[in-house]
Design a protein around this ligand. Sequence first.
Ligand code: SF4
Ligand code: SF4
Length: 323
Amino acid sequence: MSRPTASGSMDAAQLRPTAAAAKAREPMNVLIVGVGGQGVIMVSKALASLAQSKGHQVKQSEVHGMAKRGGTVFSHVRFGPQVWSPTIPKGEADILVALEWAEGLRWLPYLKPDNGIFICDTKRIVPPFACLNRRPGAPLRYSRETPAEVTAHVAEGYAIDATDMAENLGNERAANVVLIGALSTALDFSASDWEAALTEFVPKKTIAVNLEAFRLGRSWIEQARIATPEAEPPAAAPAPAHLAYSVRLEITPEWCKSCDICVKLCPERCLRLNAERVVELAQPEKCSGCRLCELLCPDFAIRVHLDAALKQGSDLAAAGSRP
Ligand code: SF4
Ligand code: SF4
């Protein structure tokens, strides 16, 4: 125990912890962001639970109340020997995991500028208010930055087409687990510990596909890390959001309960119920792709695809980005 010196004051060296000791006591800050329905909270809960099981003190805070479908959702997870505050200050996130492209950009100021790691799905969920002009195919008010442009401005960045990977595995909803796989490579927990934690948080019947998604995300990042400098992608590519796109509605007739909500609230009045009382796109030339029908349908019977824009986004993601 430190004792007062003859002069009555503590030895200064004994009082001040070394920088290394102070650093060791700093919590790990992980910020997870996305939009409603993507599984942000599941990612943060799995991480918090795993950290707690390893003896860390954990604090987690989240905002998702108004984001049932399509709104902003974010979760701060902090863990370490001692954590005082549940929220991560600006510029202090060690890792930013974004499940949606524009949300990732929105939260970038929270990332540590010198050594923060940015892991972002290139999935673009364009909100209805991005349709400024109701003309079909009109430019959207949405991020125009390309993955290469964005990741060039962070210490370590990965733009990963997690949604596409999950779709290829047969379950688009496993995109958040692809990102957990990517996140796992930046933390000290073992892959088997992550997998054990995941099995507790995903529905039982989806355990197999989620474990596959986890391994896919993990190996994608590992591959990106070992990529040679010669394999670096081209720096900048044309921005996608102002390019022409076409709208495609994917309607699942078996899920439509004929409630008429989408028909009544479509701003362009281009939907109707057919003779079987199932929704159909009666006037495709009028559809602006605003996605209100998708967001309002209580039965998830409609999905709106902005094909050209999304394809462009995927191409850019395939070009990839590495530290
Ligand atoms: S059909 Fe859907 S996406 Fe098209 S204009 Fe109507 S609400 Fe918007
Ligand atoms: S809101 Fe959904 S369930 Fe209701 S009519 Fe439209 S597609 Fe069918």
